[in-house]
Design a binder for this molecule. Structure first.
Ligand code: ADP
Ligand code: MG
Length: 335
């Protein structure tokens, strides 16, 4: 059995999910695993293959894709595409590659669809709250200035020409979509062996351990990753969690969530977590952030309207965690 503690997701493979053994597999299929530190997290990759060599080769390929996506998107690197775009002179059209253009199309559409609760054009706000550092509460003037420089509405995307033009000094924060995009690029590469990649808080998979319905993924307590609440079975697509007070920061004695509500420029007040399944990793990543910002009351209503697979974990004052899920999410629950 493998168990990995991720932000709020842990993966336990090789646990019976009640399907018949697959005749195409040898009696002892080879489980291969790799671990690497990338995208600011400990990544875990696993695959089952007919031979150890081919399995390792598959994981090496997947790792390469993740690393190249990180090099393209990470704002920790000065030479990434996103860093170059963030420094592009105001008014100059910035040309995107086909893959990045495709991604931007989905990103812009999701900002619209989520009513701006997901909006990665908030680099000025995440900097004002020092979300990627040790946390800070900005004064009202700095907050107002950061709000003026935030929002993808300040970065014009021309889908026909595949360009983005900054109309103001707004910058993109990839925190809520980079991992999902990287996982989708692995999924699109056509790996043959059943695989699972856990990027800490987001897990994608294709197929499952031989003879199993899928990979068994544990959903953990929002405040304690070691405490498993229930399991889901993941056979395709991606499961993304937003939440995890473990990552939240404290400034002046106040908790600062690392999710900002772009509509008021302030950290979202929800203290639980939300898990989203989507066939696209990019969409799962963005949607879990949007749903975190919406909070469980509005978020559950919206998720039901969109027929999304969503589950909120809501800590109660007595310490019990209330679990509310859409019917689409319930279908994923392990028996
Ligand atoms: P995690 O980083 O734990 O996977 P998320 O996927 O929800 O959590 O992404 C949170 C990150 O996204 C933040 O650290 C920040 O970089 C960025 N972010 C915060 N709030 C928003 C928002 N409303 N829209 C887009 N990006 C956001
Ligand atoms: Mg995420």
């Amino acid at each position: 059995m493998i168990r990995v503690a991720a932000a709020t997701i842990a993966v336990a493979a090789l646990i019976g999910c009640g399907a018949q053994p697959d005749a195409a597999w040898p009696a002892t299929p080879n489980l291969v695993e790799r671990e690497a530190f990338l995208m600011g997290t400990r990544a875990r990759l696993a695959a089952y293959d007919v031979s150890r060599d081919s399995g390792l080769h598959a994981l090496e390929q997947a790792l390469g894709i993740l690393e190249r996506t990180e090099a393209e998107l990470s704002t920790w690197r000065d030479d990434s595409v996103i860093s170059l775009l963030n420094r592009q002179p105001i008014g100059n059209a910035f040309a995107l590659s086909d893959a990045t253009c495709r991604m931007f199309r989905v990103v812009y559409e999701t900002v619209r669809a989520t009513g701006g609760t997901f909006d990665p054009g908030l680099g000025a706000l995440t900097a004002a709250w020092d979300i990627h550092g040790s946390g800070r509460e900005p004064d009202e003037r700095s907050l107002a200035a950061a709000r003026e420089r935030s929002g993808l509405r300040l970065m014009r995307f021309d889908a026909a020409r595949c360009t983005v033009t900054r109309d103001a000094d707004a910058t993109i924060d990839v925190g809520a979509f980079g991992k999902g995009e990287a996982l989708d690029r692995v999924a699109a590469s056509g790996l043959r062996a059943p695989w699972m990649i856990d990027l800490g808080g987001q897990v994608s998979a294709s197929g499952g351990p031989p003879g199993e319905r899928g990979w068994q993924v544990s959903i953990a307590h929002p405040h304690n990753r070691e405490q498993r609440l229930f399991d889901v079975v993941l056979r395709r697509g991606s499961l993304s969690t937003s939440g995890g007070s473990e990552r939240d920061l404290v400034a002046n004695g106040r908790r600062i969530a690392h999710h900002i509500d772009p509509r008021n420029g302030r950290p979202a007040p929800f203290t639980g977590s939300v898990v989203v399944w989507h066939h696209s990793g990019l969409e799962a990543d963005m949607l879990s952030t949007a749903l975190y910002v919406m909070g469980p009351i509005i978020g559950m209503r919206w998720a039901a309207e969109q027929e999304l697979a969503v589950c909120y974990l809501i800590p109660q004052p007595d310490g019990v965690v209330r679990v509310v899920a859409t019917p689409e999410f319930e279908k994923l629950r392990a028996p």
